[in-house]
Design a binder for this molecule. Structure first.
Ligand SMILES: *Cc1c(COP(=O)(O)O)cnc(C)c1O
Length: 299
């Protein structure tokens, strides 16, 4: 298994006519490049859970996710890399053919258990693994203080003082909490949720922030979820293809495609004052595109 490569993290400036016209700078922080399987933000979120599991001598980590989850695959690969067994507790009945994500997780040694959607909603452990002594349990999506603590290190890989606004995609809000914590107090973090408006998302974020971090500048903009988690339309796909054509940046339809679409739309609608300098966090997730129909994307 290939080691993590933090040297691969780069900052790339995007050069497109509408940015000049609006006098807004836009750069991309590529944390997607740290590992071919443990994509982008998922390692940062897992780091302190893995450390904790090791420190209390657990031999196994377990976590929850859906059939296409980047977090499930990242956990499987991180387990292989750091010599921990892994258990994936998957939402829904076991399908006859596993998704590519789950197949790949199994190839990295993950043990999969399937639970019904109702059981999943309550995070009921399957009977085979009720004995929690056996493993260290990580929340769905790595949500939690330790996840945010790891994500707080992301901005250590760029000159954060250069950016008036830093933008990220939001699933559980763990990465956003980390970015707020790791950012300079006077600069703003923008989160683009990829789920349909959920009032509890702001609350979930709030619970991960220290009193000091709560007083910083940040906001979620709920206008770019495209109908909900993993929902998309032709406009999003064609935006992603155009982005790739014009900048060479590949995105995924679940997270980063919606993030770039949202940020570009906000720039075009004068959301950012002239002179703003944006950093968009490319958090990875490209493996998710394998669930799209072949040929939809040009990359
Ligand atoms: C999981 C994921 C996110 C969302 O991160 P949260 O911490 O759950 O909000 C964003 N981008 C990509 C590519 C992801 O895989």
């Amino acid at each position: 298994m290939q080691p993590l490569s933090f040297e691969s993290i780069t900052v790339e400036e995007i050069d497109l006519p509408f940015l000049h016209e609006k006098k807004v700078g836009c750069s991309v922080l590529h944390i997607d490049k740290i590992h071919p399987v443990i994509s982008g933000n998922k390692w940062f979120k897992l780091k302190y859970y893995v450390e904790k599991a090791k420190s209390i001598d657990k031999k196994c980590i377990a976590t929850f996710g859906g059939a296409y989850s980047n977090h499930i695959l990242a956990t499987a690969a991180a387990g292989e890399l750091f010599k921990l067994q892994t258990i994936g507790i998957i939402r829904g009945e076991r399908p006859t053919t596993l998704s590519l994500t789950l197949q790949q997780a199994m190839d990295h040694g993950m043990n999969l258990f399937f639970i019904s959607r109702e059981q999943y909603a309550n995070k009921t452990l399957p009977p085979e693994i009720r004995d929690q002594e056996q493993f260290y349990l990580i929340n769905e999506g790595g949500y939690g203080i330790k996840g945010a603590q790891g994500a707080a290190e992301i901005l250590g890989y760029c000159e954060k003082e250069n950016y008036s606004h830093i933008a990220c995609a939001v699933g559980t809000s763990t990465m956003m909490a980390g970015l707020i914590t790791g950012n300079l107090p006077s600069h703003e973090i923008l989160g683009i949720p990829v789920l349909r408006y959920r009032t509890d998302l702001e609350k979930a974020l709030d619970e991960l922030l220290s009193p000091d971090a709560k007083s910083r500048k940040f906001q979620m903009i709920h206008d770019y979820h495209f109908g909900g988690y993993a929902k998309y339309n032709a406009e999003l796909i064609s935006f992603m293809n155009d982005l790739y054509k014009n900048t060479g940046i590949p995105t995924d339809f679940v997270y980063t495609g919606k993030l770039f679409y949202g940020i570009f739309d906000l720039i075009k609608n004068d959301f950012f004052p002239a002179g703003s300098s944006l950093l968009v966090v490319h958090s990875g997730g490209l493996q998710g595109n394998r669930s799209l129909q072949r040929g939809s994307l040009i990359f």
